[in-house]
Design a protein around this ligand. Structure first.
Ligand SMILES: Cc1ncc(COP(=O)(O)O)c(C=O)c1O
Length: 390
């Protein structure tokens, strides 16, 4: 790990980065300034769903740039955001959409919308889960179960309770006083170690929320938009949330988040309740419109499922030939390789061998390649990971 630095020139030292500087990308590959090639299984942390140098992204960017409108603010209507909102509600569920600029912001907005909906009836609290990650802002962090991220920044937003994933009785007890506005959960926990939440528990959550008049928020910022082989991860369980948060892959690498709120929540929102200068600007929205249309194509999702079946096979081989691998888990092209040792040195060794990986927690190597990855590229990447595991 000797190539890791925590500061680069004038940047504050909040990131630990390897020394090389990325200069170029194409598909699932990137090159550094010295021309060294890397296979990219991070995809910008599950952002570059269509890979680097995507023509879908480039063409949408160019078309919107040709209108001259990059940004107008939300003082005025523009078409791309309106069309994107219509597309998202048609794909998810009837309601309204709010656009912002990141995942953390999407969850903050979701919390505000939930309080707007339930606050007058005394519903101002939230229920989140152990192992969760919802972002670094004060509200999103309050619902995030990571002492190292939270403790230095207390006090966070008050009113968040935590339960264990799978503990239905605990959930019912936490909702029993009628003060919880919303339950928030990632259908596949990402940063917490790539842990899919079992379908029966998601269904139980839905019932517990319905019985106590509590909103159910699915944070699909990492696992949504095709990553699991379905457009939305909840489709594996057949459970529809009241609020859905999206971000990472939404605008093909440009910063964008979205909250889809069901009708009964969307109806409670009035001018001035929330806002952002940049959110849903015409440039990002035009790109997101093209990206979401592309990902939502049945043929695209079917290819993700086929590729992920191939990944099942190569992961099985890896687990059977490398004793350091204790299990593999995840869905679609969002997988965790659980190790009997810290993931950091393995990620560093793989990088030296030409494969970019990101960990998820202390002992899990996370695989979130572009959804467009070829099976042969998966084979090469998994061979490098096997070498890195010795
Ligand atoms: C599930 C989930 N929610 C929220 C976030 C926060 O998103 P952002 O980093 O864009 O604020 C992340 C980021 O990793 C995430 O994985």
């Amino acid at each position: 790990m000797s190539d890791i630095t925590t500061t680069s020139g004038a940047l504050v030292g909040v990131y630990a980065q390897p020394d090389f500087v990325l200069a170029r990308g194409e598909g699932c590959r990137v090159w550094d300034e010295d021309g060294r090639e890397y296979l990219d299984f991070t995809a910008g942390i599950a952002v570059n769903a269509l890979g680097h140098a995507s023509t879908v992204v480039a063409e949408a960017l160019e078309a919107q740039l040709s209108t001259g409108l990059v940004h107008t603010s939300n003082l005025f209507r523009t078409r791309p955001g309106e069309e994107l909102a219509e597309l998202l509600v048609s794909l998810a569920f009837p309601g309204g959409v709010f656009f912002c600029n990141s995942g953390g912001e999407a969850n903050e907005a979701a919390f505000k919308f939930a309080r707007r909906w339930g606050g007058a009836a005394g519903k101002r609290n939230f229920l989140a889960f152990h192992g969760s990650f919802h972002g670094r802002l004060f509200g999103a962090l309050a619902a995030t179960d990571r002492p190292a991220y939270r403790d230095p920044f207390e006090p966070l937003m008050p009113g968040v309770r935590f339960c264990d994933v799978g503990d239905g009785e605990g959930v019912r007890a936490a909702l029993s006083d009628g003060t919880v506005a919303a339950v928030i959960i990632e259908p596949v926990q990402g940063e917490g170690g790539v842990v899919p939440v079992r379908a029966p528990f998601l269904r139980e959550l839905r019932r517990a929320c319905d019985d106590s008049d509590t909103l159910l928020i699915f944070d699909e910022i990492q696992c949504g938009l095709g990553r699991t082989g379905e457009l939305f991860a909840w489709q594996h369980a057949g459970v529809v949330p009241d609020i859905l948060t999206l971000a990472k892959p939404l605008a093909g690498g440009l910063p964008m988040g979205a909250v889809v709120a069901c009708e009964r929540v969307a109806r409670t929102l009035c001018p001035g309740d929330h806002g952002t200068t940049f959110g849903g600007g015409p440039l990002v929205a035009a790109v997101a419109l093209a990206v979401v249309r592309h990902i939502a194509e049945p043929a695209f999702l079917s290819r993700v499922r086929t590729t992920s079946r191939h990944l099942d096979e190569v992961l099985e081989r890896l687990a059977s030939t490398r004793s350091a691998v204790t299990s593999v888990r995840g869905l679609g092209l969002m997988r965790g390789v659980v190790l009997d040792r810290p993931a950091g040195p393995v990620v560093a060794r793989a990088r030296e061998l030409g494969l970019l990986l990101v960990s998820a927690g202390a002992d899990v190597v996370r695989l979130v390649p572009p959804l467009t990855i070829e099976p042969a590229e998966l084979d090469v990447g998994l061979e490098i990971l096997a070498d890195a595991l010795g």
